[in-house]
Design a protein. Structure first.
Lengths: 401, 364
C-alpha cells in the first residue's frame, strides 16, 4: 500500500474561492450566508442560503465550454482547476490515464431539475428542450472535471447524498494507495435550488436566523452550494515532484444505518467512527480535532454528539461545524470538511463554530470551538459525513510524520 | 485484484421475472397510455404496466416508495433468493448495496420541483416524499428493507454506471470492506423517462423499464467450500475520453487493459455486449472497438435493447443478466469468456471480462 497525501485544495465556496481565501474565511469565522438570488423566494418563510455569489467560471476554466454544462458541473470543474493550481501540479505533464476523478453529489444538476419542473408545470412535457435534458445526468460532474483537465483515468460520480464527498475521498484514496492511479481529483459539488430548499423548509429543518450548530437554541440548517475538489497523490509521486502536502489520508470508514431514510442513528454513527479509527490505525485518544457533520438541526447535532461521546468514551476532542459559516453544501460538504481538517493540520489552527451563544445542557462536555479559530497543534483530524439513506462516511487525516 | 464472483441474479423485466425466460424472443410492448395522468410520447413501452408495489412487497413500509425504489427492493429480494444467501446478524454488517443510476428517480425530483411552481405557498411540498429526491434513495431503502449495515453506495454514470458499480464492488472487496454486495442498476418507466428517451433518440426505440441486481462476493475464494459462482468478473477497466479524442480507441484501450488484467487472450472471447447507445452510429463505435481488439470473427453480439427497450441506466445490468441466462440454459457454454463494454455521451468508457457457467455443472 502506498501512502496517500493531500497536496492541493480547490474550494469554490461562499467564504472564499481558492485555498488562501478559504483558509482566511475559516480563520476569521466569516459567514457565507446571504439572501437567495438563485430563485424567486416569494412565499417562502426562509429566504437565506449559502450561495457562491462571486462564482464566475470563465476566468478559471480553460477547456470546458460553460454553455453546455450545468452549475454543479461548473463548480466541480472550476474547483478541480484551482486544486491542481494549488498543488503546483502541471497536469499536462502527468500521464493522463494515471489521473482519475471521483466527485460526490447529493442532487447533481439540481438547477436543471428545477428548470425541467418549471417547464413541465407551465407548458407540459412536450416543451422540454433536448439541450437542457442532456445536462441532467449526475455523472456529468466527474466528466466535467476530466474534460476540463483533459485526463483519461477513471471518472466516476458518487451520489450518496450529503456524505458523498467523504465516500468519494475514500474511493480515491484506495485508487492511489493500491497504485491504480498516481493522482486523483476528488471532492463534491451541488447547487442551491428551489425544490431542495422547499423540501428542507417543509421538513422544518431550516434555521430561522443564523445556523448555530451545537448551540442550545439551534434552530436548523441553511441550504448552500459550492464545489470542493482536492488533489490526492501518492507520497512517492508528491516527493518526486517536490510538492508540499497539507496532510496524509490515514483511512476511512463507511456503513449504513439501515433504519430510517432521514433520521440518523447514533449507534450506527458511533460504529462508523470505530470503523474509521480502526482502518486508519488510530485510537480515539490520538484525534485532536473533529470536523463535525454538524448541520445545526436539533436532532442531528444531538445524535452526532451522542455518537461522539460513545465512540470517544466520553473524552471527545474539540469539535466544530464549518456549516455555521458555509451552510450545508450537500454533496460538497464533506470535501469542505476535509479541506478544513487538512488546513487545521497544516496550519495549526482549529476552525470555529460561529453563531454559537449557549452551551447545550444535553452536551455539556462538548467544546464547539466557539466563534473564534484557536491555535492548536493538530496531529490527527476526523471528518464526519452523514446523509439521507443512512450513508455514514468518516475520513481520518494525519500530519506528515 | 479486480476479480469478483457473481452468485445470483434478481431480474426485473416486463418480459418475465424468470432469468431463463426473459431474453427469449421479442415480447410485445405494453400499453402504457393509462399508467399516468401526464401525456406520454408513445402509447406503448417495454414497461411493467401492471406492476403494483403493494401486491409485490405489501403495504407496510412501502407507501412512499417511488417506482425505482420499489423495483430495486424487489430485485434485491430476488437476487438474494437466487443466490440462496440468507441475511443474518452474522453477515448484515458486512453486506451492502451498490447501485448504478443516471439521475435517481427523475420523476421524484422533477415532480418535487413542479410542486414548488404549483403549490401555494410554494414550499408546501410533501415532506414524506423528500427522501425520494435523493439519488441514493433506492440504495438506502433497500438497506432498510433487508437490514444491511454494510457499504451503501450509489454510482451515477448512465450507460457506464453498471460497470462502475462492479468496479466499485471490486475495490470494496479489495479493501476488505464487505463480504457480500448487492450490485445492480434498475430504472423506472415514468412520463419523465419516456420523454427524456424521446428527446435523446431519433430511431423510435421504445423506452424500457427494469434492470437487475446481482449478489457478488470477493473472487478467488471458490475453494473454501462456498458454492461455485454463476460467473466471475475477471477484470474491469474504466476510463475517460475527452472531447476531441478518439472514442473508439478509448473503448478499445479499456478492452485491451481488461483482457490483459484478466489474463484472457482476445481469441478466447466468444461473446460481446455494447452497453447500448442512443443511436446506431454510436453503437457502431463500440462494436468496432471490440472487433478491433478481438481481431477475429468467432464472437457473437449479445444485445438486450431489442427486448428491453431504451433503458440506458440498466442496459449493462440487463446484458450481464442475459449472459447468466445463456450460461444457465446451455451447459455446453461452460467456461466461455465474454466482454461487456460501455460508453456514455460525456465520454466515460469501460470494459469488463467475464467467464460464466451453468448451474447444473456445479450445484446439486
Amino acid at each position: 500500500m502506498k501512502r496517500v497525501v493531500i497536496t492541493g485544495l480547490g474550494p469554490v465556496s461562499n467564504i472564499g474561492i481558492g485555498a488562501a481565501a478559504f483558509e482566511s474565511g475559516l480563520r476569521e469565522g466569516h459567514s457565507g450566508i446571504s439572501t437567495i438570488t438563485a430563485f424567486d423566494t416569494a412565499g417562502f418563510p426562509r429566504t437565506m442560503a449559502g450561495e457562491v455569489t462571486a462564482f464566475d467560471p470563465e476566468p478559471i476554466l480553460r477547456r470546458l465550454d460553460t454553455k453546455a454544462w450545468g452549475r454543479s458541473s461548473q463548480f466541480a470543474a472550476a474547483a478541480a482547476r484551482l486544486a491542481v493550481r494549488d498543488a503546483g501540479l502541471r497536469i499536462e505533464l502527468a500521464e493522463p490515464h494515471r489521473v482519475g476523478v471521483v466527485v460526490g453529489t447529493t442532487s447533481g444538476e439540481s438547477q436543471v431539475t428545477e428548470e425541467l419542473g418549471r417547464r413541465i408545470a407551465g407548458e407540459g412535457f412536450g416543451s422540454l428542450p433536448k439541450e437542457l435534458a442532456a445536462q441532467l445526468p449526475a455523472g456529468r460532474l466527474a466528466a466535467a472535471v476530466s474534460e476540463e483537465l483533459n485526463v483519461t483515468g477513471e471518472s466516476v460520480t458518487l451520489a450518496t447524498a450529503c456524505s458523498a464527498s467523504n465516500y468519494a475521498l475514500g474511493y480515491a484514496y484506495d485508487m492511489v494507495a493500491n497504485g491504480d492511479a498516481d493522482v486523483m481529483l476528488t471532492g463534491g459539488a451541488d447547487s442551491v435550488c428551489r425544490w431542495a430548499h422547499a423540501g428542507f423548509v417543509r421538513l422544518g429543518a431550516v434555521a430561522e436566523g443564523a445556523c448555530a450548530p451545537f448551540d442550545r437554541d439551534r434552530s436548523g440548517m441553511i441550504t448552500a452550494e459550492g464545489g470542493a475538489i482536492i488533489v490526492l497523490e501518492s507520497m512517492d509521486f508528491a516527493e518526486a515532484r517536490g510538492a508540499t502536502p497539507y496532510a496524509e489520508v490515514l483511512g476511512y470508514g463507511l456503513n449504513c444505518d439501515a433504519r430510517h431514510m432521514v433520521a440518523p442513528n447514533a449507534e450506527a454513527i458511533a460504529e462508523c467512527m470505530r470503523l474509521a479509527h480502526r482502518n486508519a490505525g488510530v485510537r480515539p485518544s490520538d484525534i485532536d480535532y473533529v470536523c463535525a457533520h454538524g448541520t445545526g438541526t436539533a436532532a442531528n447535532d444531538a445524535t452526532e454528539a451522542e455518537a461522539l461521546h460513545a465512540a470517544f468514551d466520553g473524552c471527545v476532542p474539540p469539535v466544530s461545524s464549518i456549516k455555521s459559516m458555509l451552510g450545508h453544501t450537500m454533496g460538497a460538504a464533506s470535501a469542505f470538511g476535509v479541506m478544513a481538517s487538512a488546513l487545521a493540520i497544516a496550519r495549526s489552527f482549529l476552525p470555529p463554530t460561529i453563531n454559537w451563544s449557549n452551551r447545550d445542557p444535553a452536551m455539556p462536555w462538548l467544546d464547539p470551538i466557539p466563534n473564534h479559530a484557536r491555535p492548536a497543534r493538530v496531529r490527527v483530524a476526523q471528518n464526519n459525513g452523514f446523509a439521507f439513506g443512512g450513508n455514514n462516511a468518516i475520513v481520518v487525516l494525519g500530519a506528515l510524520s | 485484484m479486480n476479480r469478483l464472483d457473481i452468485i445470483g441474479c434478481g431480474l426485473i423485466s416486463p418480459a418475465g421475472d424468470q432469468l431463463t425466460a426473459a431474453f427469449v424472443g421479442r415480447p410485445d410492448p405494453a400499453e402504457v397510455t393509462g399508467m399516468y395522468e401526464a401525456d406520454l410520447p408513445k402509447p406503448v413501452a417495454h414497461a411493467l404496466a401492471s406492476f403494483s408495489v403493494r401486491a409485490e412487497l405489501g403495504r407496510k413500509g412501502t407507501s412512499f416508495f417511488d417506482r425505482r425504489t420499489a423495483l430495486t427492493v424487489m430485485a434485491c429480494n430476488r437476487a438474494l433468493a437466487d443466490a440462496d444467501l440468507r441475511i443474518t446478524d452474522g453477515n448484515r454488517r458486512r453486506t451492502g448495496v451498490v447501485l448504478g443510476t443516471t439521475a435517481g428517480s427523475v420523476k421524484s425530483s422533477v415532480d418535487y420541483a413542479v410542486d414548488t411552481f404549483t403549490q401555494d405557498p410554494p414550499y408546501m411540498v410533501n415532506p414524506a416524499l423528500f427522501p425520494n429526491t435523493v439519488m441514493n434513495c433506492a440504495a438506502g431503502q433497500s438497506a432498510i428493507w433487508l437490514k444491511l449495515n454494510g457499504v451503501n453506495a450509489t454510482v451515477a454514470g448512465g450507460r457506464i454506471a453498471f460497470l462502475s458499480v462492479l468496479r466499485y464492488c471490486a475495490n470494496a472487496f479489495r479493501s476488505q470492506q464487505a463480504d457480500y454486495l448487492l450490485a445492480g442498476a434498475v430504472e423506472e418507466f415514468t412520463p419523465h423517462t419516456a420523454w427524456l428517451s424521446h428527446l435523446r433518440r431519433a430511431d423510435g426505440m421504445l423506452p424500457g423499464e427494469g434492470g437487475a441486481v446481482f449478489v457478488v462476493r470477493p473472487g478467488d475464494d471458490s475453494s473454501n467450500g462456498a458454492r461455485r459462482p454463476d460467473a466471475v468478473m475477471l477484470a474491469v477497466s474504466i476510463g475517460f475520453c475527452p472531447n476531441g479524442s478518439d472514442r473508439m480507441a478509448a473503448i478499445a484501450g479499456c478492452v485491451r487493459t481488461a483482457l490483459a488484467r484478466a489474463g484472457v487472450p482476445p481469441d478466447q472471447i466468444v461473446r460481446a455486449a455494447s452497453g447500448g447507445a442512443d443511436n446506431e452510429a454510436t453503437a457502431e463505435v463500440s462494436w468496432r472497438a471490440v472487433k478491433d481488439v478481438l481481431g477475429h470473427s468467432n464472437w457473437e453480439r449479445l444485445e438486450v435493447e431489442p427486448v428491453a427497450g431504451d433503458n440506458p441506466t440498466a442496459t449493462g445490468a440487463l446484458e450481464l443478466a442475459a449472459l447468466l441466462a445463456l450460461h444457465r440454459q446451455r451447459p455446453e457454454l461452460d467456461g466461455q469468456a465474454s466482454v461487456l463494454v460501455a460508453q456514455n455521451p460525456e465520454g466515460a468508457v469501460g470494459a469488463a471480462v467475464f467467464r460464466g457457467w451453468s448451474r447444473d455443472s456445479h450445484r446439486g
